[in-house]
Design a protein around this ligand. Sequence first.
Ligand code: ACO
Length: 380
Amino acid sequence: MSTAYTPGLQGVVAARTRLSMVDGQRGELVIGGYPLEEIAERASFEELVFLLWNDHLPNAHELASFREQLAAAREMPAITRDVLEAAAAQKAPVIDALRMAAGTLSLAAPGESAIAGPTRDAVVCVAKFPTIVAAYWRMLREEGPVAPHHGLGHSANYLYMLFGERPSEARTRALDTYFNTVVDHGLNASTFTARVVISTASDVVSAVTAALGALKGPAHGGAPGPALDMVFEIGEASHAENHMRSILARGERLMGFGHRVYKVRDPRADMLSRAADRLFESDGDRRLFDLAREVERVAIRLLDEYKPGRNLRTNVEFFTALLLHGLGLPTDLFTPTFAVSRVGGWTAHCFEQLAANRLIRPESEYVGESARRWVPVERR
Ligand code: ACO
């Protein structure tokens, strides 16, 4: 047994999974057995979640009944709304409000059975996350929440609850592609958190709530807002080099670049860049898309110059920012919208962990003193 300390657990294999395979050297991602390029632009989000939970794509009957199960579970319990109202009164960030509200999902909404269990918890979390985020965002803007639309699919309904109108096919497809692209990604920090919690034989709502806390930080899911802010601050292509040189010269990081595992371009960045390209072609600010591509090109050149040999390349967050902006989402919603997708992965990992559970309990290396003597308080 290895007892060597590995900072950040880098390179340590702490789980076996069939959910996703990340090849950081070749820039490949496989989700539920399907290469990302094979599935992300074709499947609906419901199909992807079903695949992760059941290890096969649903047939037409299974898909219809899974869609119905999720659609029927979209309403929030009254207490969830109360928590969101209290959070809105203090203008709490959306991701914090989602984390506070997630904990209330152990309680049943009107008409729901109160019988707990991993499947019930997973359905409830996946189904209600969009409702919570959309309702809270509207509360912050002092607009009344829009009730879920039973007849719309998961992605279309999220856009409907945010903006109060049925989205076009193109916008729904773009959001499905985004959700599918980020639904699962190996043993990232939030997924690991969920597995650690569920491995103690805790419950899925607890695991998901803890995972939200891990997702929030800028080293994980909190980067896309700052990545887009940087593109806006740059404003035009001719300013890109000076702007980013001054960031790097101050020893700061360029948001949306670099990854613990990928040492080539993140395949999710390619997928989302294509989806954003299509969206901005039909519906959006083409100039912004072109500016972002130029910023990316200059950023890579400068990162190679300032950090030679580190292979810092574009990560998923850079084009996430662009795509979600193209869909009309403000930066405050970027990380919560990531969570609306990733909860599908977290719950799948909970099922997988429970199916062959062993308590996740690593060791620490003690580096403190060990022979201190007690000194009474008046002599310290
Ligand atoms: N800009 C400038 N320098 C960078 C960047 C960056 N974006 N990323 C890493 N570096 C540098 C570090 O300063 C370090 O330099 P040094 O060796 O001279 O000290 C070197 O590259 C290695 O960095 P680490 O911190 O060891 O890399 P780690 O694997 O821990 O970090 C991380 C990965 C956190 C994603 C990092 O690249 C980063 O902070 N990127 C910016 C934030 C971001 O985009 N986050 C989203 C990640 S994607 C996701 O989680 C969904």
